[in-house]
Design a protein around this ligand. Sequence first.
Ligand SMILES: NC(=O)c1ccc[n+]([C@@H]2O[C@H](COP(=O)([O-])OP(=O)(O)OC[C@H]3O[C@@H](n4cnc5c(N)ncnc54)[C@H](O)[C@@H]3O)[C@@H](O)[C@H]2O)c1
Length: 257
Amino acid sequence: MTDLTGRIALVTGASRGIGAACARALAAEGARVICTDLLAPTDLAEEIGGLAMAQDVTREADWAAAMDLASGEAGGLDILVNNAGLFLMKPVTETTLEDWRRLHAVNVEGVFLGCKAAIPLLTARAGRWAGGASIINLSSIAGLVGSAGAVCYNASKGAVRLMTKGLAMELAPAKVRVNSVHPGVIQTPMGDEVVAGFSAAAGIGDNEARTLLAQRHPLGHMGQVSDIANAVVYLASDKAGFMTGSEMVVDGGFTAS
Ligand SMILES: NC(=O)c1ccc[n+]([C@@H]2O[C@H](COP(=O)([O-])OP(=O)(O)OC[C@H]3O[C@@H](n4cnc5c(N)ncnc54)[C@H](O)[C@@H]3O)[C@@H](O)[C@H]2O)c1
C-alpha cells in the first residue's frame, strides 16, 4: 500500500490509455484526482470520486483554469502527471514544419506550461509530506534511444527528459520532486499507432508488426497501462522521497542493451 490519502493530483490526457490508468491508480491509493483531457473525462472522474475538466494542454488559459479548479474546489495540488501526448511516425523528409510544431506544442510546450502553472500550488503544500510534492512527466524509450521514422517524436521526448532534470534542479529547494517515466511500447490507442506505423514502414501486416515489436522487448511482450501507473504512483509517493531528476525506465528491457 502506498498511502496517498489527502493528496490532490492532476492527470492530463486522462480519458484513455496510460492517463486513465494513472488516474485510477492514484485514486485507489487515496488521492483526489482532477482528470483532464480535450473532452472532460466525466465518467472516469465519477467512477473514482474525482473532478473532471476539459483542457487543451497547449493553451496557457486552460492551465490557468485547471489551477483555479485545483486551488478552489479541489483544495490545492500535490501531484502533477503530465501525460497528454501525441505520436508521429514519418520519415523526416515527409515531416512538415506543421507536423513538427503540432507534436512539440503538445509533447513539449504542454509539459512546460503545466509545470509552470502548477509550481506555485505544488510549492505551497510540499512541506506537508515527507517526500514533498511531485511532478511526473511522461517521456518514452524514444526519449532515450533513436528510432527511424520517429525523429520528431524522439526530439519531443528527449526534450521532456532534460526539461525534467532542469526543473528538478530548480525546484529541489522547494521540495518539489520532478521525474520522468520512460515506457516501452504499451497497449493503448497510441500503442496501436506505434504498431501501425511500424507495420507501414516495414511493409508487413499489423499482427506481424505487433509480434516483432513485442520481441524487441527482452521480456517478450509489450507493456500494460498498469506497468506505467504503478511507476507513477511510486514516484508520486513518499517512498520516492529521495528521487528527483531521475528517469524511471519501464520498458521490459528494450533499452538495456
Ligand atoms: N503507448 C505507448 O506505447 C507509449 C510509450 C511511451 C510513452 N508514451 C507516452 O505516454 C503518454 C500517454 O500515452 P497513451 O499511450 O496513453 O496515449 P493515448 O493516445 O492512448 O492517449 C493520449 C491522451 O492524450 C490526450 N491528448 C492529446 N492531445 C491533447 C491536448 N492537446 N490536450 C489534452 N489532452 C490531449 C488524448 O485525447 C488522449 O486521451 C504520452 O505522453 C505518450 O507519448 C506512450
